[in-house]
Unconditional design. Structure first.
Lengths: 425, 180
């Protein structure tokens, strides 16, 4: 009996630990001009019994670094989407934009969240939406509302509904986790006692390719997230690593050592149709497709030091892309194809650099010293990366203009290998 | 006493003959009993027992601390891939073992220190493992016996973040089948 109680205790302790091991986000810098926005608590939102919708919307918008949410005094009555708006009153509260709404209970027990967005300066409504939601869809609904507000006010698509993948190492255990872009709702896709690196999202956001060392060597897997079905994509003699999806999802670029050295090959995600892309006596690895699918950017030391090159995805002559410095690796092309983020070694520090592919200007985006694995948000506004803080691996994000910085930490363990997922409908 | 010694010599001769015969010799020899029998024996050639239910003597050689074969790691200087002179005897001993034990298979795992890109480090570790594989095959190990892979920076021997830790982590490890 005592034995059973002890087991139960340990089980509970483990559950508690797992529950606490969630990413939390800290904003360490913000844009110069932030839009002041008033988000009135939705009438009836506390009845759902979860984190209030408007609290999540506020946190999303604040985290983007583009908005400043206003502290509101208690309002009676609370304005809702059905209330007529006194623009002058909201203008005097210094709001440029206003969100009001309410949550009602539907006959089937689900809820309906309705809201309206107003431009207080121009004194005009910007739109209204109603979402039906179950109790467990509060966060997802709040992220949709934040995406709507973000897009209406900035003109670009919001990424609050997207997800991120990353690897947590805790003791000798590795977990590939998927979380909302705000770090909440983390779920484990794969747990292993051997390392997992290089997660790469399929363009439809349904699958991840990654490298697992569970067979005592690097092997590339493709893993379906919804049902956990995984298949070996590349397990040739030697090492198999660095998977990257083509924008149409039909081709996987990988780095293989099967023919000696480390060279880039193309194949179907199911492992068929293997063909070699690069042929050099040097290291060619870390392939990435350009968003139009025409080019493959990669890291090569063919010139003596690791630099970034690109070549046509159909094969051809590589061209060197980076020239400053003696260590430039991990190329990531922005969603609009205009800039290239990569890791550069700068006086012994590994930092994120951004190269404008049009005017060839290079800008350092971070001042940390062990940055790795940059990953663009699908709207190109932020770059997620791994770095080390106080001896521990943490995730960090920086806006592509370098102004906004965020830090994402878990309570226990090392976090690394982030990959920002695509837009999904 | 003398009889036992003669019998032993006969058995050894038969064993060596069996070892040195190529398939064509074997065919030619079959059924042709013209060879002079060794002095004083009229017995059939002995049958050598291969017993795989017990651990083979070679396995002990691989783990016996007094055997050079129990040493499995080759360490590298920063950003280097060449096998330093001090590791030559080690590589030669493992090549000899692979040569003499054609059933033995080896996995070479190349490793790097933690600095830089994880994927680029996989490629750097591969270059180290490929170098060991090349040396072993040049010394007579068969290509099919050896697989060179990389663990990059993922499996450090030392968890520290300074040169003394990094020097432990820039290495190739040689593992035999059953050990990985």
């Amino acid at each position: 009996m005592r034995f059973h109680i002890r087991i139960l205790f340990f089980a509970l302790a483990f559950v508690a630990l797992a529950a606490r091991a969630q990413l939390s986000i800290e904003i360490t810098g913000a844009g110069a001009q932030r839009v002041p926005i008033a988000i009135a608590p939705f009438a009836g939102e506390n009845a759902i019994g979860a984190t209030p919708i408007t609290q999540i919307v506020r946190a999303d918008l604040e985290r983007s670094g583009l908005f400043r949410t206003l502290e509101l005094p208690p309002l009676n009555p609370m304005p809702t989407e059905a209330t007529s708006i006194n623009y002058a009153e909201w203008r005097s509260r210094l709001a440029d934009a206003l969100v009001v709404g309410s949550v009602g209970v539907l006959p089937d027990g689900r809820y309906e969240a309705r809201f309206r967005l107003y431009d207080v300066v121009k004194q005009q409504p910007l739109g209204a939406i109603a979402y039906t939601l179950a109790k467990n869809q509060v966060r997802a609904t709040a992220h949709r509302i934040a995406d709507f507000i973000y897009e209406k006010l900035t003109g670009e698509r919001g990424v609050f509904s997207t997800r991120i993948a990353y690897v947590v190492k805790r003791g000798d255990r590795y977990e590939l986790q998927i979380a909302d872009a705000d770090g909440a709702e983390a779920e484990t896709a794969l747990a292993s006692f051997e390392p997992i690196i290089s997660p790469a999202w399929s363009p439809d956001g349904k699958r991840l390719a990654y490298v697992s060392f569970e067979q005592k060597k690097p092997v590339v897997y493709v893993h379906s997230l919804v049902d956990g079905r995984r298949a070996v994509a590349a397990n040739f003699k030697g090492s198999n690593s660095a998977p990257a999806w083509s924008p149409d999802g039909r081709t996987l670029a990988v780095c293989l050592s099967r023919e000696g050295g480390s060279q880039i090959f193309l194949m179907s995600p199911d492992g068929s149709g293997l063909r070699r892309l690069t042929s050099s006596p040097a290291i060619d690895t870390e392939p990435r497709y350009s968003p139009d699918g025409q080019w493959i950017y990669f890291t090569s030391d063919r010139g003596g030091s690791p630099q970034i090159y690109r070549m046509p995805a159909s094969g051809g002559d590589p061209q060197r892309v980076t020239f400053e410095g003696s260590y430039n690796v991990s190329p990531r092309i922005s969603p609009d194809g205009r800039t290239l983020a990569y890791i550069t070694r700068n006086s012994g520090k590994f930092q994120v650099a951004l190269l404008d592919l049009v005017n060839k200007q290079v800008q350092l985006l971070t001042d940390s010293d062990r940055d790795e694995s940059p990953s663009f948000a699908p709207n190109g506004r932020m770059i997620l990366l791994a770095t080390v803080l106080g001896g521990r691996g943490v995730l960090s994000a920086v806006s592509s203009d370098g102004r906004v910085k965020q830090r994402l930490t878990v309570t226990a363990g090392d976090v690394r290998e982030p990959a920002w997922g695509p837009f999904t409908e | 006493m003398r009889a036992i010694a003669i019998a032993f010599l006969a058995a050894a001769a038969a064993f060596l003959a069996a070892c040195s015969t190529s398939p064509t010799d074997e065919q030619k020899g079959a059924g042709v009993e013209e060879r002079k029998p060794a002095v004083g024996t009229v017995e059939q050639p002995r049958v050598a027992t291969v017993d795989v239910t017990k651990s083979q003597p070679g396995v002990n050689l691989l783990t016996d601390p007094s055997s050079i074969l129990s040493k499995r790691s080759i360490y590298y200087d920063f950003d280097k891939f060449d096998i330093k002179d001090e590791y030559r005897p080690l590589v030669e001993a493992h090549a000899k073992y692979l040569r003499e034990n054609s059933g033995a298979k080896m996995l070479i795992q190349g490793n790097t220190d933690e600095r830089g890109s994880r994927e680029y480090n996989v490629a750097l570790g591969q270059r180290r493992a490929d170098g060991v594989k090349k040396a072993l095959t040049l010394l007579g190990a068969k290509e099919s016996q050896v697989e060179a892979v990389s663990l990059g920076e993922e499996k450090p021997k030392s968890e520290g973040h300074d040169e003394s830790a990094w020097s432990q982590n820039r290495r190739s490890d040689m593992l035999y089948n059953g050990e990985f």
